[in-house]
Design a protein around this ligand. Sequence first.
Ligand code: MRU
Length: 338
Amino acid sequence: MPTPHDLCPVTWDGDAVRYLDQRRLPHDVRHERARSVEEIEAAIKTLAVRGAPAIGVFGAYGVALLRDLIADDEAFRAAAQRVREARPTAVNLAWAVDRVLAASNMLAEAKEIHREQIAMDEAMADAGLDLIPKNARILTHCNTGPIATAGGGTALGVIVAAQRAGKKPHVFVDETRPLLQGARLTYFELQQAGIDATLQVDGAAAIAMQRQHIDLVIVGADRIARNGDTANKIGTYGLAVLAAHHGIPFYVAAPRSTFDFAMRSGDEIHIEERAPEEVTAFGGTPVAPTGAAVYNPAFDVTPGHLVTAFITEYGVVKPPYAETIAALELRPRFSALI
Ligand code: MRU
C-alpha cells in the first residue's frame, strides 16, 4: 500500500521538479523528474500532473527551475509563458506562474504557494464539514483529492474531514469519462482513506439520485467567474442540473485562487478541447469506427444559479454571488490569516 508521501503529486527536488505520474495510477506508483521546459509542459499537457491546484503548484516550481536553467531573460520569459499556457481552463496555473514571475525569489514564492495550498485545503475541509450530514450519501465527479491539489484536496478534502469527524460518508464516484479520474484516482484515494465508496459510470448519476438516496453533490472547480459560473470536469454541469431537478444540494469546493475575478460570467471561460483519441479509444484500444468525428471538451460550465454554495478557505460563500464573490475578492491574503 503506497504511503501518503508516495502519492505526493509534486515536490521540489533541487535540480528538478519531481512529480507523480498520475496516468499510471492506481496500479503503478511512479515518480518522474522534469528538468526542462519541454518536460514540464509535457507533464501538464498529458495530465501526468493534473487537477487545478496541483498544476498551479507544479507550474510554480517549474518556472522557478527554469529561472535557474535559462540565463537569457527573453528566453526565460518565453519558457515561462509556455508553462503558463500548457492548459487553458484552470486559472490556478496562470495565477501561480504570474505570482512566481512577480517575485524576487522565485523558488521561495513557489514553496510559499505550495505551503499555502496545504493550509487552504485544511481550511476548506473545516469550512465544509458542517454541510455534510452524518451517514451522508455523497456523489462526486472527477478527482479532487491530495493528488489533484498537492495538499489535502478540495471536495475530497471535505469528505475526508467528514470521515475523520466520524460522520461515515458513503461516496458515489462517477468514473469520469474519458480519462477516468474518478475510477482511477478518486476511488483509490477513498480506499486509502478508508471511506466507503461505490463506483458508477457517469450516466448512472441520474438513477443514483433517484434510487440511491444521494444527500448532496460535491465537486471541485477549475475556474469560477464573478457570477458563480463554474468550469469543472466535463459532466459537472449535467450533475448540477440533475441535482436541481432532484432537490439535492450541489456544492463546489475551491480555493480563492480558482476564482477569476476578471471574468464576469462563464461565457468568457476558455474550454480546453482535447484529442479525439481520448474518446475513440479505450485504454489505448480503438473502439469507435475509424474517422469518427469527436467533440471532446475537457470541461463544462455550470451556471452559478445551480450552485448551492462554494466552500472556500475563507468559509462558505452563498448566493447572491454577485455580492458574495465580490466580497471574497476583497478578503486579505490567506497567508496573512495563517
Ligand atoms: O483535466 P483534469 O483532470 O485536470 O481536471 C480536473 C478537474 O476538473 C477537477 O475537478 C478540478 O481541477 C478540481 S481540483 C481539486
